[in-house]
Design a protein around this ligand. Structure first.
Ligand code: PMP
Length: 396
């Protein structure tokens, strides 16, 4: 009999036990975590939109007009004019003909991959793709071939294998995160698009972390690389820079019509609540004008990376213009201790451990927000420097 208690104790011993932290206020730079005022350095609320009055006002109006819940799935009684307006806005923002909204980014990946990618097809998936892509691939009847992280030589080799392995009418899909959630680096979309053309493959990009933050208008990694049109399926979330909740896919009219009929996580789920739809709709209308916020966020991020590098920490990424910075510490227990010491400094940034990251790659994952200040980032660098020196003594 599988001994769950023993398993939990084993995880605890190895520093793998997961702990839920309780926030008592919104995800702002200064917030209350378990009764203590702390600086928050781990939220995906990249532009500070969750507390933006413009979004809150529209969410409240939507509740007053449409109610708190939608009361039905989209294909029954849960299709409000608001949902359609949001999908139009997303399609336009992502440069595609149409879009479809799901209740989360997780469900968007599951629904899109499992319904579109069939037996006889081959999926080429980056080894560090998000869990929701991995789970979508597991649900799909297509064969999944994992290629080495952002390694275009390996991708090409595996595309050649896929050409041989796929069934006669089978299709090839390259699926990648736009920004990788744990290492904060960007997928080389120009090269991926080039290979997709050479091997007649479709490309799907999950830009959960890039949307709102990267690109001239905030449309994301594909906009940054100038390959918006060449990407067949843009997937993402409404829960990070957009400040609400939900997920989406933007693609051709034909594909979106297909998902209406086939994507089970769309068909069998109650539609997104009016407040969340109004929040996202307002956010997406505002995003193209948020250049100052995006620039500030990147300035802060580069300031942080420079400070950490000077203090001899190994960080990822070094250059990519994304809001994520991971400090690689190696051992899981070391990462947990580091995070605890940060908490003593009144700062919250979690230790990320296996299985979320590979063994020996445990880290502190920092995400900044446009609402942070330079002084707060400097405080964080100072804490890292001090704790790093202390721990060197403990671990050396
Ligand atoms: N894709 C990526 C790359 C993500 O980081 C996340 C969220 N952590 C998701 C998808 C899932 O999005 P959601 O939280 O909206 O389910």
């Amino acid at each position: 009999m599988f001994d769950i208690e023993r398993q939990l104790r084993r995880w605890e011993k190895r520093g793998f036990l997961r702990i839920l932290r309780t926030l008592e206020q919104a995800a702002k730079p200064v917030t209350i975590i378990e009764g203590k005022e702390m600086l928050l350095f781990s939220s995906n609320n990249y532009l500070g939109y969750t507390t933006d009055e413009r979004l809150q006002r529209e969410a409240i109006k939507a509740i007053e007009k449409y109610g708190t819940g939608s009361g039905g799935s989209r294909l029954t009684t849960g299709n409000f004019s608001l949902h359609e307006a949001l999908e139009k806005e997303i399609a336009q923002f992502k440069g595609k003909e149409a879009a479809l909204v799901f209740s989360s980014g997780y469900l968007a990946n599951i629904g899109v991959i499992s319904s579109l990618m069939k037996r006889g097809d081959i999926i080429l998936s980056d080894e560090w793709n998000h869990a929701s892509i991995v789970d979508g691939c597991a649900l799909s009847k297509a064969e999944t071939i994992v290629y080495k992280h952002v390694n275009m030589d390996d991708l090409e080799r595996k595309l050649q294998q896929a050409m041989v392995k796929k069934s006669r009418n089978g299709r090839i899909f390259i699926v990648t995160d736009g920004v990788f959630s744990m290492d904060g680096d960007m997928a080389p979309l120009v090269d991926i698009v080039h290979l997709s053309k050479k091997y007649d493959a479709f490309v799907m990009v999950d830009d959960a972390h890039g949307t709102g933050v990267i690109g001239e208008t905030g449309a994301g990694t594909a906009e940054y690389f100038g390959v918006t049109e060449e990407i067949d399926l843009h997937v993402g979330t409404l829960s990070k820079a957009i400040g609400g909740e939900g997920g989406y896919v933007a693609a051709s009219n034909t594909l979106i019509r297909y998902f209406h009929h086939q994507a089970r996580s769309f068909i069998f789920q109650t539609s997104l609540s009016p407040a969340m739809v109004a929040t996202a709709l307002t956010a997406i209308q505002l995003l193209p004008k948020e250049t100052r916020k995006r620039n500030h966020l990147m300035d802060l991020t580069y300031r942080l990376r420079e400070g950490l590098t000077k203090a001899n920490f190994i960080i990822s990424p070094v250059d990519d213009p994304t809001p994520i910075t991971s400090v690689i510490l190696g051992d899981a227990k070391k990462a947990v201790l580091f995070s605890k010491k940060l908490a003593d400094f009144g700062m919250y940034a979690p230790a990320i451990r296996p299985p979320t990251v590979p063994l020996g790659k445990s880290r502190i994952r920092i995400t900044l927000m446009a609402t942070h200040t330079e002084a707060q980032v400097d405080q964080l660098i100072h804490a890292f420097r001090t704790i790093g020196q202390e721990m060197e003594e403990v671990f050396s």
